[in-house]
Ligand binder design. Structure first.
Ligand SMILES: NC(=O)c1ccc[n+]([C@@H]2O[C@H](COP(=O)([O-])OP(=O)(O)OC[C@H]3O[C@@H](n4cnc5c(N)ncnc54)[C@H](O)[C@@H]3O)[C@@H](O)[C@H]2O)c1
Length: 442
């Protein structure tokens, strides 16, 4: 099929590149001209495992085109995926980009027949019905369903595993208004149907499914962080509690814990471009419906508190041990991504630097170039290290993300300098580190 992707961020790029490699012709468009030019020449691509290879492969097969105008994109395609951002504004979702893109696309659709408009951005339940469809009707008339299939298809990819997740979907949720949409969606996702179930629901349900899913994972994280904080307060190790809990039959599939268990490891709270904003939006949405989503209010509150709580523990230990400098490993909101949106690690490094600790940061995926571009987010006293000089002494290391390289660094400093290791993620829980502290530890 001929598919356009509108909005070339994390979701748009992954969706478009994967669909192109599954045989479709894909036309990308982004209102950010510089981004579009860079993508065309392969410069400044977001860091996502295998994205570059897959993009080059699709380019070689002539399956990918970058269009300079929205008009060109729409004219050439029969389906458009809307992948624009839905950021927060004053603790609620900002639908500006969704509204704008809907109006812009509607202008182009006046002369199109049998077009499918698929919203992929995360939007609260009823947004398509109450916001997008009235905008489309205003431009195209009340009879829009004759020529237009309006669909909502939430995205569940995890940054860092996005290509894998797209190509190996467990379920593809499709909010539809008519049977014609189902036929088109089966064609779009033909390659993936063997691996996954296409689940057809109404649009509002599909919108809700996405929020429910993110809310549940955030709930697990905040619950675990709060319990872990209590453990450290009363002098027991959360990991002992967690390891015992994990043995429960209900959490074992063929003697293995499912991946969901990882959301129960202690840490510095969830960050990124999805969980924080989706939880706040879900709370606002329920308030509008006169419903008190009290559990998520606490999830959000705990998460706001968590990086502050962990920083306070670190600073207390540093004071006790007269530690004046520290190397922090990991700046992005989690490992294997260059995304720092709402990264709780950045909050931790800033709190340490504000307390007059000399802070060095190291994160090879979040390159020096990105650090300089985002300098304003970091306390002026923070020093970015391009690489680790293994002879440079640090009094302490704080581990905020996990990677093989970080493991090597920690082990080296533990052996050579007896450096104090604060393991925010408890990544070294099974290893012998001499001078070891961490979250959830007595
Ligand atoms: N990043 C994730 O891991 C993830 C996962 C699932 C769902 N989502 C959801 O998907 C959506 C997109 O997320 P993202 O991380 O890819 O965002 P992003 O900010 O990386 O990308 C959005 C892109 O849309 C472009 N854009 C905005 N308005 C436009 C317009 N009118 N025309 C053309 N382009 C326009 C922007 O220039 C930007 O490049 C959000 O709603 C997000 O919540 C994200």
């Amino acid at each position: 099929m001929k598919i356009s992707i509108i909005g070339c961020g994390y979701v748009g790029m992954v969706t478009g590149v994967c669909l192109a490699n599954s045989g479709h012709q894909v036309y990308f468009y982004d209102q950010d001209r510089e981004k579009l030019d860079n993508l065309n020449t392969g410069k400044n691509l977001i860091f996502e495992k295998n994205l570059k290879n897959k993009l080059n492969l699709a380019k070689k097969k002539n399956k990918i085109f970058f269009c300079k105008t929205l008009k060109e994109t729409i004219v050439k395609s029969e389906v458009a995926f809307i992948c624009v951002g839905t950021p927060l504004k004053k603790n609620n979702i900002n639908l500006k980009y969704i509204k704008n893109v809907t109006i812009e696309v509607a202008d182009m659709l006046k002369y199109k027949k049998n077009f499918s408009l698929i919203y992929k951005s995360t939007i609260p339940p009823s947004t398509v019905e109450e916001t997008c469809i009235p905008l489309l009707k205003k431009k195209l008339g009340n009879n829009i369903d004759k020529n237009l299939n309006i669909i909502f298809n939430p995205e569940f990819l995890r940054e860092g595993n996005a290509i894998y997740d797209f190509e190996n979907p467990i379920r593809i949720i499709l909010g539809v208004r008519n049977n014609k949409s189902k036929i088109i969606l089966r064609k779009i996702y033909k390659k993936y149907q063997k691996k996954s179930k296409l689940i057809f629901v109404d649009i509002k349900t599909a919108e809700f499914i996405k929020y429910h899913s993110n809310a549940f994972f955030s709930l697990l994280i905040s619950y675990s962080n709060e319990i872990s904080n209590l453990c450290s307060k009363i002098g027991i190790d959360y990991i002992d509690v967690f390891d015992a809990f994990k043995l429960d039959n209900r959490l074992n599939i063929n003697n293995k814990n499912p991946e969901i268990i990882n959301y129960m490891m202690p840490g510095i709270g969830y960050g990124g471009s999805c969980f924080p904003k989706d939880i706040k939006t879900f709370i606002k949405f329920s308030e509008k419906k006169n419903f008190n989503l009290s559990i998520l209010k606490n999830v959000d509150k705990i998460n706001t508190f968590q990086p502050k709580f962990i920083s306070k523990i670190i600073l207390k230990k540093f004071k006790k041990k007269n530690i004046k400098n520290c190397l922090v490993l990991g700046l992005t909101f989690k490992e294997n991504t260059d995304d720092i949106r709402n990264s709780t690690s950045i909050e931790v490094v800033n709190l340490l630097a504000e307390s007059k600790i000399k802070v060095f940061v190291y994160d090879p995926i979040f390159s020096k170039q990105l650090f300089l571009r985002n300098r304003r987010l970091f306390n002026k006293r923070i020093k970015y290290l391009d690489k680790i000089n293994f002879n440079q002494k640090f009094n302490s290391i704080v581990v905020n993300n996990i990677s093989e390289e970080f493991r090597i660094i920690v082990k080296h400093y533990d052996k050579k300098f007896d450096t104090l290791i604060f393991d925010s993620r408890r990544a070294f829980r099974n290893e012998k580190i001499n001078n070891y502290l961490g979250s959830g530890l007595k």
